[in-house]
Design a protein around this ligand. Structure first.
Ligand SMILES: NC(=O)c1ccc[n+]([C@@H]2O[C@H](COP(=O)([O-])OP(=O)(O)OC[C@H]3O[C@@H](n4cnc5c(N)ncnc54)[C@H](O)[C@@H]3O)[C@@H](O)[C@H]2O)c1
Length: 435
């Protein structure tokens, strides 16, 4: 996306101007309105999986909403590092477990936050639901259709809450773009959506096992690399479509109020032929009803475009870059360079977010972080997400993603990988009934 700094500034101003005065955006107010009320005391939670993302959530959660009692992880170094996160945030220590089933049995928990590798989501989530816990599970929902179907059925059977961690749903920038641009019809008819998540770096992690005799084979990882680099193996992972694309498709489904029907894909291991199984470059084209086409590209050889979702309509274009930077352009009349005098009431996070990034700040050597808080002192979308999950447990505040919703981005991903492997155009079938 080759926009000049001037064009980006215009696009940001247009966006802010568009959402100013839209009652639904004003009603969003601050992040507090999205996260729900803090009532009835913090929810007693346990974590399963405190690797990179589990620890990120641990560090971001608000202790007013969530009281972390215990953490289960098969890697002792993950547990030690999670202790450091709690200490750094001046939180009480949490009890350690190796086996998540032991944690469920011995701890008096109300909720469980799951951040294990994708292939284990269904087993851990269903185990926690069957133990009567409410669950917030990281995306992607499950490795396969059978897994997410089982998760939905188990949540229903136990009448427990199940939320899937697509944090864009809790991000004030996205919520304002949805309410203030999409729902106002400012784009006209949207026939094309372009999604990009481009990086210039190796997805492979380097790192040593916790000890010479560490053996994770009884948990299904025959070598250290299978556990450490689970994303690179099909047994545990669904590759870039799952780890990156499913975030963006989830947001598009929400914005369009529709789900994709077919997908074609290509890609391969084009740069890092190092024993991995999943491609390091993927490209997918998919269609929604009513003549809407989406494209998703993810490359590991060039970060110029970074990551964005772009909606191209007959009247305008909406671009959300790096999860914190929204721009709106008029179609036809050209971008209107009018200033914004009126700040949207309660949309402070947006104003703060919109001038923070330099134009086209690509070229990152390492994969970019998957979440950028709007501003250092603003709660991050994950903070809001966990708080809302706890509000749902305490007072029934409705959740914003939901498992039925999350199955559609999972179904897209599973079909996209099938299309990539077979070369065929694949029908996307979530494979379950929502009632
Ligand atoms: N929402 C986001 O932006 C975001 C970002 C990154 C990762 N994620 C998701 O979070 C999940 C975890 O990813 P990650 O990057 O933290 O991976 P990771 O490898 O850093 O961490 C996974 C942790 O799970 C542990 N583990 C593996 N099997 C286990 C088992 N059977 N029982 C207990 N612990 C087990 C590992 O030892 C490790 O500490 C994935 O589903 C991933 O897609 C989401």
């Amino acid at each position: 996306m080759n926009l000049t700094p001037e064009q980006m500034a215009i696009g940001r101003r247009n966006f802010l101007k568009a959402i100013a005065g839209v009652p639904a955006v004003a009603a969003l107010g601050t992040a507090a309105a999205i996260r729900g009320p803090a009532r009835g005391g913090a929810v007693r939670v346990g974590f399963v999986g405190v690797g990179g993302q589990g620890r990120a959530l641990l560090g971001r959660l608000d202790p007013v909403f969530a009281d972390v009692r215990a953490m289960a992880d098969i890697n002792p170094v993950s547990l030690q590092r999670a202790d450091d996160v709690l200490k750094k945030n001046k939180r009480p220590a949490a009890k350690h477990y190796v086996e998540w089933r032991d944690m469920l049995q011995h701890e008096d928990l109300e909720g469980v936050i799951v951040a294990v590798p994708l292939w284990a989501h269904a087993d851990v989530v269903c185990g926690a639901l069957d133990a009567g816990k409410h669950v917030l599970c990281e995306k992607m929902m499950a490795w396969d259709t059978a897994g997410y179907t089982r998760m939905i059925e188990t949540a229903r059977k136990n009448t427990r809450i199940l939320e899937i961690g697509y944090q864009r749903n809790y991000n004030p920038v996205y919520r304002s773009a949805y309410e203030g641009v999409m729902r106002q019809g400012l784009l006209g008819d949207v026939h094309y959506v372009r999604l990009a998540w481009h990086r210039n770096g190796n997805w492979r992690r380097t790192g040593d096992p916790p000890s010479k005799d560490f053996d994770a084979s009884k948990w299904g990882y025959p070598t250290w690399d299978h556990l450490w680099n689970w994303r690179l193996y099909w047994k545990y992972s669904q590759g870039l479509f799952a780890e990156l694309g499913s975030h963006q498709v989830n947001a598009v489904n929400w914005f369009l109020g529709a789900t994709p029907q077919h997908v074609q894909a290509t890609g391969g291991i084009h740069r890092y032929n190092d024993g991995r199984e999943v491609p390091d470059h993927v490209y997918a084209i998919f269609d929604y009803p009513g003549g809407v086409t989406g494209s998703f590209t993810s490359v590991e050889s060039n970060a110029f475009d970074e990551r964005y979702e772009a909606f191209y309509g007959t009247k305008g274009t909406l671009i959300i870059r790096n999860e914190n930077d929204a721009m709106l352009f008029d179609e036809g009349a050209g971008a209107k360079a009018t200033g914004v005098e009126v700040a949207p009431k309660g949309a402070g996070a947006l104003l703060d977010a919109s001038e923070t990034k330099p134009a086209n700040a690509g070229g990152t050597a390492r994969p970019a972080a998957t979440e950028t808080p709007a501003k250092p002192n603003q709660p991050s979308p994950s903070t809001i997400e966990i708080a809302r999950f706890c509000s749902a447990v305490r007072v029934g505040t409705p959740l914003l993603c939901g498992p039925e919703n999350a199955t559609h981005s999972a179904a897209w991903c599973i079909a996209a990988n099938e299309a990539l492997k077979s070369g065929a155009k694949v029908t996307i079938d979530p494979g379950f009934k929502t009632t």
